[in-house]
Design a protein. Structure first.
Length: 222
């Protein structure tokens, strides 16, 4: 009996590449495709697949949020995140959300079959090209224990956002890409239930994360 798969990615070429590889492997049946996280969850509820391949950056709902909801509703579902982001803290965020694997998009076709095999055996898989020191299973265990708290990177970015730093300035100061900064900002807002930069600034001030004079200063849009 074939392994049932749902693919969620807003890039058609990525979906076509995945479909081509899965068809070549022969043991998989693609039961649904989604262009965003909301539709992905609808497909999971409709088809109850064995595996979901989920893009980390999608319209309407991110791959992280989609994974969190899917993990709560379908504890046995195998989830592999597809991403262009290489930062270790992003990988940790994905594992904390409940992902079983994390693959970089530029290695996707080379690694997908290996990732599927590992995840199918109940193991976790993270692209070796990321060069992470801890194995995927250790990353997942450590981040599971830290669930419900802000990561050190998120705390750094929260402080810098509240200080009025732009996305580019934060990226330059921390040595990460603007896209990674945007990812963490979205995760901060989701985790804290906040919806704009001013709210993040007020939150940081009330938690004593800023000098007293900073909250009254003008905050630039990041």
């Amino acid at each position: 009996m074939p392994i049932r798969v749902v693919i969620a990615d807003d890039h058609l070429l990525i979906r076509l590449g995945i479909k081509s590889l899965l068809n070549h492997l022969g043991d998989f049946e693609i039961v649904g495709e989604a262009q965003d996280g909301v539709l992905a969850l609808e497909l999971l509820r409709e088809f109850s697949p064995d595996i979901a391949l989920i893009d980390i950056s999608m319209p309407r709902m991110s791959g992280i949020e989609t994974t969190q909801i899917a993990r709560r509703e379908y504890p046995d579902l195998k989830i592999i995140i597809l991403s262009a982001l290489e930062a270790e803290d992003v990988v940790r965020e994905a594992m904390r959300a409940g992902a079983n694997g994390y693959i970089l998009k530029d290695c996707l076709l080379d690694e997908l079959s290996e990732a599927l095999a590992m995840v199918g055996k109940g193991r976790r898989y993270v692209s070796p090209s990321l060069g992470l020191q801890a194995p995927a299973d250790e990353l997942a265990a450590a981040d599971s224990a830290a669930e419900g708290t802000l990561t050190a990177r998120q705390m750094q970015i929260l402080r810098l956002i509240a200080e009025g730093k732009t996305t580019k300035e934060i990226g330059k100061q921390l040595g990460i890409s603007p896209k990674t900064v945007e990812f963490h900002r979205a995760q901060l807002m989701q985790r804290l239930g906040l919806h704009d930069i001013a709210s993040l600034t007020r939150y940081a001030a009330t938690r004593g994360l800023l000098p007293a004079a900073v909250p009254g200063e003008r905050v630039r849009d990041a």
